[in-house]
Design a binder for this molecule. Structure first.
Ligand SMILES: CC(C)(COP(=O)(O)OP(=O)(O)OC[C@H]1O[C@@H](n2cnc3c(N)ncnc32)[C@H](O)[C@@H]1OP(=O)(O)O)[C@@H](O)C(=O)NCCC(=O)NCCS
Length: 156
């Protein structure tokens, strides 16, 4: 049976687990200090996914920013053991709903060209390519695709 997951707002107490997740999920992880700054920024919202049961632990997280009606997905990750079970999709759906609630019309994000799993996740959620940033990433150096999706606020 699939392990149940719970999505909730991220708290500063989640910082060490999120920083460990960064190191596990990315070749060029954000530092704990950079993540801590997100918690001090009122334009940023963060969500975590926790595995259910008594040994509740971090399974994934997402951070997004909303400024002047425009949103950006800053980071999203699901720990390797929890992938392929819909957690990334749930995190993305929830954060898009929260951005919509903050009056965001368009949401942007960047993704490595080679990141098939993330690109499919975003395509399935209605994101479409709108640009390319050459050599945007390091470790390894790689182009970023810029994707955009409109939210309800502008579609109404
Ligand atoms: C991208 C990531 C967040 C997806 O999380 P996940 O929980 O495995 O995703 P889900 O199970 O919700 O899958 C949602 C959709 O993503 C796509 N997808 C997910 N994993 C995939 C894979 N390995 N290969 C191809 N497509 C994949 C599929 O379209 C899937 O829909 P489906 O189940 O109907 O086929 C996860 O792979 C991850 O953390 N990767 C490392 C960090 C990262 O790259 N973050 C994105 C930075 S831009």
């Amino acid at each position: 049976m699939a392990e149940p997951y719970r999505i909730r707002p991220a708290h500063p107490a989640d910082l060490p687990a999120i920083a460990a997740g960064e190191r596990e999920c990315f070749s060029d992880p954000w530092s704990q200090g950079s993540i801590a700054e997100l918690f001090n920024n009122e334009t940023v919202l963060g969500l975590v996914a926790e595995s259910g049961g008594s040994d509740s632990r971090l399974a994934g997280y997402v951070f997004a920013r909303a400024i002047a009606g425009e949103g950006e997905i800053l980071n999203i990750a699901v720990l390797p053991a929890d992938r392929g079970r819909g957690v990334g999709g749930q995190l993305l759906d929830r954060v898009l709903g929260d951005l919509d609630g903050r009056g965001v019309g368009s949401v942007f994000l960047e993704v490595r060209e080679s990141n098939e799993a993330a690109r499919r996740l975003y395509l399935a959620r209605g994101f479409r390519p709108v640009g390319l940033r050459t050599d945007y990433y390091r470790k390894p150096r790689e182009n970023a695709l810029v994707l955009r999706r409109e939210l309800k606020s502008t579609l109404n």
